[in-house]
Design a protein around this ligand. Structure first.
Ligand SMILES: Cc1cc2nc3c(=O)[nH]c(=O)nc-3n(C[C@H](O)[C@H](O)[C@H](O)COP(=O)(O)OP(=O)(O)OC[C@H]3O[C@@H](n4cnc5c(N)ncnc54)[C@H](O)[C@@H]3O)c2cc1C
Length: 246
């Protein structure tokens, strides 16, 4: 059984997957469509991009980062989630998908802003506000059901990409802390940062020497230069109620 299945490969789900996968948890992201951010025309309030960034390019880069971290991906819409054993949530959850094989995971992160109907059998505490549903969570994104978490806009977070990314990361870390992973911080520090003070490198942290630091910087610059070399072809997705007469 997988450690964690993340429903929704948008901003919050991908951010969560980076943290769970980097902490060594077997992480699957299942996504049934498109992040709502694909509708954006120019992402200008995401820190780190002084003149903004194409939102679809940004999503592409986050997916690549999640893959590099070790997360795996499946396409499919989750239609139902329930415990493997009603009497013991430690046994994890089974997720039904439209058309695919059922998926099992010890923990589930719901990061699927546009749809949370599949959570109904679990009774996690969905709240209706107008036409939208939200899920009630604690500080770590934990719902009323042990082992089930919610992240991003679905968890009533403000409707901005950086907030969704931050919240997804926080929920990913809560999952790591609730699991058996030996973890302190996900940090990469210069060689000697801990060891020259006679401290062990804490779990989850790494020390790298200057050669390795330069090699990583070289790779990072190459990746970004290639990613930004050409304009991104995809256009924003229009709201479904706007008709396209072209
Ligand atoms: C027109 C527009 C412009 C915007 N502009 C900005 C902006 O300029 N700056 C900014 O910060 N924010 C902007 N946003 C808001 C931003 O896009 C969201 O706040 C952010 O994407 C929320 O992230 P999320 O992970 O909660 O949801 P999403 O990114 O929408 O991810 C949810 C994912 O879950 C998947 N999913 C849903 N149901 C299921 C299911 N049953 N099974 C499997 N997968 C499922 C979806 O396919 C999707 O990929 C804009 C939004 C819109 C609509």
């Amino acid at each position: 059984m997988r450690d964690v299945c993340i429903v929704g490969g948008g901003v919050s789900g991908l951010a969560a997957s980076i943290f769970t996968a980097r902490a060594g948890l077997d992480t699957l992201v299942i996504d049934g469509g498109e992040s709502i951010l694909a509708r954006n025309a120019s992402l200008e309030n995401y820190p780190g991009f002084p003149d903004g960034v194409d939102a679809r390019r940004y999503l592409h880069l986050v997916r690549e980062q999640a893959r590099n971290a070790g997360a795996t991906f499946e396409l499919g819409r989750v239609t139902r989630a329930e415990p493997v054993d009603e009497t013991d949530l430690e046994d994890g959850f089974v997720l039904e998908t439209d058309g695919g094989e059922p998926l099992e995971a010890r923990r589930v992160i719901a990061a699927s802003w546009s749809d949370s109907e599949y959570l109904v059998p679990l009774d996690v505490g969905r709240l209706k506000r107008g036409s939208k549903h939200f899920v009630d969570v604690d500080q770590g994104g934990r719902t009323a059901v042990d082992g089930v978490y919610a992240a991003g806009r679905l968890a009533k977070e403000p409707h901005q990409a950086i907030v969704a990314a931050g919240h997804g990361s926080k929920v990913g870390l809560a999952v790591v802390h609730d699991s058996d992973a030996n973890f302190y911080h996900d940090w990469v520090a210069p060689e000697g940062y801990f060891t020259d003070r006679n401290r062990e490198v804490p779990p989850g942290c790494k020390e790298i020497d200057d050669k390795e630091r330069r090699a990583r910087d070289e790779q990072a610059r190459k990746t970004m230069l290639e990613a930004f070399a050409e304009p991104f072809d995809d256009r924003p997705t229009m709201h479904p109620s706007v008709t396209d007469d072209t």
